[in-house]
Design a protein around this ligand. Structure first.
Ligand code: NAI
Length: 214
């Protein structure tokens, strides 16, 4: 089966498998059955087998899964065996927090540049990277083969910025602005809205309290 046929639902579960396998690996666990993985991840064993079958299985009858191998293979599927360079556009609270999070670098996402429109920020540093004027971002992306732009600017600014990014040769946008971006198929967009998650939490608090009362 080619990657094209794999549903986004399966792809969206892979990072979680990868995280759990990383933890198992750190604890020195060498192999695990789908039932054991199911118990710790609270996903059915058949779901796990189905998910992994999309990629040719990985398991051996009677042995289970080799944790190191599975971790590496899922990492490869997720493209984590390569490095990806990224720039932050909008070096405010959120942009600085993301750029300052060194764990992304450990995963292969290398923070190469930070851009803002506020002159007061030019020349300041986030980790060892200098904040530059946003007018320089397109040239910077072209000259440094940057793959990912992280958009942490207000939504009104995000659409015109995405148009500039289309011309820059960027491959992907990690969009934190609360607006949908219209980009061609050759540019991948992943939207992140923390408030969606918070609203889900609010719903679940409410629902749980209603069950207590009923
Ligand atoms: P902030 O005001 O601290 O930072 C925004 C930065 O963007 C400022 O430094 C500003 O000068 C810069 N900026 C504005 N327009 C720009 C442009 N055209 N080019 C380059 N830089 C530009 O705001 P904060 O808290 O960092 O939030 C940034 C954005 O992210 C906001 O739109 C906010 O709504 C959104 N946000 C999204 C979240 C999510 O889960 N998706 C969570 C938190 C914030």
């Amino acid at each position: 089966m080619s990657d094209k046929d794999i549903s986004q639902a399966v792809i969206s579960r892979l990072p979680r498998y990868f995280r759990y396998l990383g933890d198992l690996k750190e604890r020195g666990v060498e192999r695990i059955s789908s039932q054991e993985l199911s118990d710790i991840m609270k996903v059915t064993a058949s779901q796990i087998r189905q998910d992994f079958n999309n990629f040719g299985g990985f398991g051996q009858q009677g042995y289970g899964y080799n944790v190191n191998y599975l971790y590496d293979e899922i990492g490869k599927i997720l493209g984590l065996d390569k490095t990806h360079s990224l720039v932050i556009i909008g070096a405010g609270h959120l942009g600085q927090a993301i750029a300052g999070y060194t764990n992304f670098t450990r995963r292969g996402f290398v923070f190469k540049g930070a851009f803002d429109k506020n002159p007061a920020l030019f020349g300041t540093r986030i980790r060892d990277v200098e904040v530059r004027p946003v007018d320089e971002v397109v040239d910077f992306i072209r000259q440094n083969n940057i793959e990912i732009a992280v958009l942490t600017i207000p939504k009104e600014q995000a659409v015109p910025m995405s148009q500039k990014l289309i011309d820059s040769g960027i491959k992907a946008i990690w969009n934190f602005a609360h607006v949908d971006l219209d980009v061609p198929d050759n540019i991948q967009v992943e939207n992140v809205h923390l408030s969606d998650s918070l609203m889900k939490l609010s719903y679940n608090i409410d629902r749980y309290e209603k069950t207590l009362k009923s």
